[in-house]
Design a protein around this ligand. Sequence first.
Ligand SMILES: Nc1ncnc2c1ncn2[C@@H]1O[C@H](COP(=O)(O)OP(=O)(O)OP(=O)(O)O)[C@@H](O)[C@H]1O
Ligand SMILES: [Mg+2]
Length: 291
Amino acid sequence: MFVQKKCFSGKFFVIFFLFFEKNMRKSLKSLLSVCKKNRIFAKIFLRKMIKATNITKSFGSLQVLKGVDLQIAEKEIVTITGASGAGKTTLLQILGTLDKADSGTLEINGVNVSIFDTKDIPSILKPFVPYWVRTISHRRSVLKSNSLADFRNRTIGFVFQFHQLMPEFSALENVMMPALIGGESFRNAEKKAAELLDFLQLTPRLHHRPAELSGGEKQRVAVARALINTPKVILADEPSGSLDSKNKAELHRLFLDLRDNFNLTILIVTHDKELSSFADRNLVMSDGMFL
Ligand SMILES: Nc1ncnc2c1ncn2[C@@H]1O[C@H](COP(=O)(O)OP(=O)(O)OP(=O)(O)O)[C@@H](O)[C@H]1O
Ligand SMILES: [Mg+2]
C-alpha cells in the first residue's frame, strides 16, 4: 500500500514537472530579459561608483542643498532634472570635488574624498602660531589639495554646457591638456588625443581652433578632453544646452557608446526630457533635495 502511494506521488510529480517546466522556462526567460533591460543585476551587484550621504551646502543664509543622498552604480547613466535654482550645478560641483560640502560624506570609486581635505590653521589663531609651524602646515595643505586635484584629474571627466575650450589652442591641444597636466609625456598625450578625436570622428578637425569648429564639434572635443585621462566618472552639466536637435541626438547616442566602450559611470544635469529618457535613471531635484 505504502509503495503504491509512493509511486503514485512520483508519477504525479513527473507530470506536474513536464507540464510546468515549459511555462517556467518561458517565465524565467522573460524575467531575465526584464532584469537585463532595467539593468537590475547591475544595480544590485555592481559596486557603487558615487556614494554621497547627507550632503548640505549653503551660500550665506541661502541653504542650497538640504541633505542630499545619492548612490550611483558603476556603468550607470543617471540624469538629474529640476527647476532652475534647485541646486543641480551646486551638487555636481561638489560631486566633482570642485567645491566642498558643508557637511556629509562623499565617496568616489571607493575613495572617501574628505581625506583630501585641507585643514588650515584658523586665521584667528595664526598670530599666535610660530612661523615654521605655519609654513609646514601650509605646505601640507598645498600637498593635500594637489593630491585632490590629481585624484580629480585621474578619476573624473567634466563636460560643461559651453564646453570651455581654450580659444588659443587647437582641438588636439585642448584634448591633450589634462594628460600633460597629469604628467603624461607630450608624445603619448598627442597619440591618445588623436585616437580619441578619431573615435569621435574629428580627425579632419584636429588642428582647428574652437572658433573654427561647429557647436557639435566643440562639444565632442570637450567630451574627448573629458576622456583623455581614462576617468571612471563623467559629470556633465547641461551638455546639450547649446546644441541643435541633430547634434543633441548625436551627443545622447555618444553617451551610451561611451558607457559601453569606456566602462564609464555618467551623471548628467539636464533640462532635456529626451536626454533623461536615454538614461538608466532620472532623478528630480527640487529645492535642494531629490523628490
Ligand atoms: N557661488 C554662489 N554664491 C551664492 N549663491 C550661489 C552660488 N552658486 C549658486 N548659488 C545659488 O544657489 C542656488 C542654486 O544654484 P545652482 O546653480 O545649483 O542651480 P541649478 O539647479 O543648477 O540651476 P540652473 O538649472 O538654472 O542651472 C541658486 O539660487 C544660486 O543663485
Ligand atoms: Mg545649473
